[in-house]
Design a protein around this ligand. Structure first.
Ligand code: SRM
Ligand code: SF4
Length: 576
């Protein structure tokens, strides 16, 4: 198999239609300039596919569709989502304030923290896309590669805690993100959204100059990289296409990284050959080798990923179909060209949500705030968006986003802690210590009304389920248990529901498939307990299992470990 991106591919299959769009796009340009200038409120199919590489999805307001009178002539209420690319989820106060302002000016007045440490705007009209993108680029924030068949946002534990390991991981996340950014795609992004200077002759440019890592066809599908620590897997390393687990010596000095490949969550209904898959351990690299290894893995995926069937195009299927031993052999022989060291003994032992006040070890403090399902908005007495804006403006703190959809306000002078606390009170923002464990450990994807793939509610449905669970857990004296509950509006798995203790996956209408027995530390996939459960039966079924758990758990055994130990048959018998 060739590793030369310039070689003309000789496919022995019918490539998916998206492959042709990429091939003729002149490195992600297509006709986007003309389409954006037109009066139409939406893009063509080609434009819709290409704009993803620039960080935007065309969507439809599904509430508006539902509320449209039957037989009404009016068309779809088109709008756009923009997803930023923020390696490690880092922003300055000034950047955060720009994003806050843009969310009001052009989007739906909310900012949505994502499960990959980024921010999404929803509800942008086509004619406001350019102003929005120009607006955050002026603050040195980009959306290039937020979506599309390229490397997506690189994750790394965001906490500014003392210790060389976290600092190194956060720096390497930036390095990998910069190295894997599309090269010609960056020029296209500037032409289309920023300076308008069109380059000609791109079709004739050799691919190794125009797009040296990706080639003309980019990747078969999206690619995801994340960095974690054994004692803090807050980014869910086993869900990444490529995961780096930092290995330290006994003094905490990072010596290198265990490499994991082929993690992924998405499944498709009716396709048994699609599945959630935990990343497999490949070997060990030094910090100096991390960027080169990322490039080499991407090239293997570029050459061997499935370009015919987009539902089976992820790296996880290469690993699952080949097995990790063959994957390692091909990787070493054709892409790495030197021995790959064996992985070190570094088991995953914890996840830290990073909520509350912590000293950074440099005289400054950070405050982790739990943001329910990542939605920053003003709602009744809880004026989260206004409060965060007030804090960022008054204190000038930097902002970091966690992989659990939460926000860290960082670099706060000790003298300003009281001011931050008082602003939290003024704006009705709950402190993490006043929230229940189960709410803090929960996540949901956006689903309806913006996601076109959603078959049930998620972000808007989970809070009520959690409220019921809070009552039940309190009644049973289990309110101190960190039980992770994750909901999605379809099986694609955007809130990583197959890696939680309780996974609730939209099945249609108001029914969900219940998964159980995963691990709050992201070390194990859960298993399907029951299909098509009406939403109002979820909490009562869980209460029954919680009751057995309280009675029969072994010592300090976690809920997920208990469910995994007793097994699905016993759990099903409990709720029958
Ligand atoms: Fe996702 C597609 C939202 C993280 C697996 N995801 C989508 C789209 C863009 C729907 C679409 O294709 O039209 C959703 C937009 C909804 C909206 O209205 O905003 C969407 N995904 C999200 C976010 C915002 C969920 C969240 O609650 O934060 C996350 C944005 C991350 C980011 O900042 O980059 C998000 N998506 C994930 C994750 C979790 C992760 O990466 O850690 C996964 C599972 C891991 C994986 O990739 O397997 C995930 N999203 C998918 C899939 C299934 C892909 C697959 O190969 O199976 C789709 C469907 C697709 O790509 O066709 C999808
Ligand atoms: Fe949409 Fe499904 Fe992802 Fe939820 S899990 S955001 S419904 S694609």
């Amino acid at each position: 198999m060739t590793t030369d991106p310039t070689a003309a591919p000789v496919p022995d299959f019918t490539p998916s239609p998206v492959e042709a769009i990429k091939a003729t796009s002149q490195y992600l340009r297509g006709n986007l300039v003309e389409e954006l200038a037109s009066d139409s409120d939406h893009l063509t199919d080609e434009g819709k596919n290409l704009v993803k590489f620039h960080g935007s999805y065309q969507q439809e307001d599904r509430d508006a569709r539902k509320n449209r009178p039957k037989g009404a002539a009016a068309g779809k209420a088109y709008c756009f989502m923009i997803r930023l690319k923020l390696p490690g989820g880092k922003l300055t106060a000034a950047q955060y304030l720009v994003l806050d302002e843009l969310s009001d000016k052009y989007a739906n007045g909310t900012l949505r923290l994502t499960t990959r440490q980024s921010i999404q705007f929803h509800g942008i009209l086509k004619h406001d896309l350019k102003s929005t993108i120009a607006g955050f680029n002026a603050a040195l924030v980009t959306s290039l590669g937020g979506c599309g068949d390229v490397n997506r946002n690189v994750m790394a534990c965001p906490a500014p805690l003392p210790g060389a390991a976290r600092k190194q991981m956060q720096k390497l996340a930036d390095d990998v993100a910069a190295h894997l950014a599309p090269k010609s795609g960056t020029q296209a992004y500037h032409e289309i959204w920023l300076n308008g200077e069109k380059q000609t002759g791109l079709d004739t440019l050799p691919a190794e100059v125009a797009e040296p890592i990706y080639g003309k066809l980019y990747l078969p599908r999206k690619f995801k990289v994340g960095f974690a620590l054994p004692n803090d897997n807050c980014i869910d390393i086993l869900a990444q296409c490529l995961g780096f687990l930092c290995v330290t010596d006994k003094d905490g000095t990072p010596v290198g990284y265990n490499v994991y490949v082929g993690g992924g969550q998405g499944r498709s209904n009716g396709r048994a050959d699609t599945f959630a898959y935990p990343a497999a351990c490949l070997g060990f690299v030094t910090p100096e080798e991390v960027v080169a290894l990322s490039e080499a893995i991407i090239k293997l995926y570029r050459d061997h990923g499935n370009r015919a069937d987009r539902k089976r195009a992820r790296l996880k299927y290469v690993v699952a179909d080949w097995g990790v031993d063959k994957f390692r052999d091909v990787f070493v022989a054709d892409y790495w060209h030197k021995p790959l060291a064996e992985a070190k003994d570094a088991p995953i032992t914890n996840v830290d949500l990073h909520l509350g006040w912590y000293g950074q070890g440099d005289g400054k403090w950070f405050l982790g705030l739990s943001v329910e399902n990542g939605r920053i908005k003003d709602a009744g007495p809880t004026r989260l968006r206004s409060g965060l804006r007030a804090i960022a403006a008054a204190v000038g703190c930097t902002v970091r986003i966690s992989g659990q959809q939460d926000l860290l306000l960082c670099d706060i002078d000790p003298a300003k802690k009281a001011q931050v606390d008082s602003l939290l009170n003024e704006y009705g923002i709950p402190r993490p210590e006043n929230l229940s464990m189960v709410r803090k450990w929960s996540m949901a994807c956006p689903a309806i009304p913006t996601c076109p793939l959603a078959i049930t509610e998620s972000e808007r449905a989970l809070p009520a389920v959690i409220t019921q669970m809070e009552t039940d857990l309190k009644e049973l004296g289990l309110e101190g248990e960190p039980i992770s509950v994750r909901m999605t509006g379809c099986p694609n798995g955007c809130a990583r529901p197959y890696q939680s203790e309780v996974g609730l996956v939209g099945r249609g209408g108001t029914k969900y498939t219940m998964f159980i027995g995963g691990d709050s530390y992201g070390r194990r996939l859960n298993a399907e307990l029951q299909d098509s459960v009406p939403i109002e039966q979820i909490a009562p079924k869980l209460k029954t299992i919680f009751t057995h758990f309280k009675k029969d758990r072994s010592g300090r055994e976690s809920f997920g470990d208990y469910c995994s130990r007793v097994g699905l048959d016993a759990l099903r018998a409990m709720i029958a």
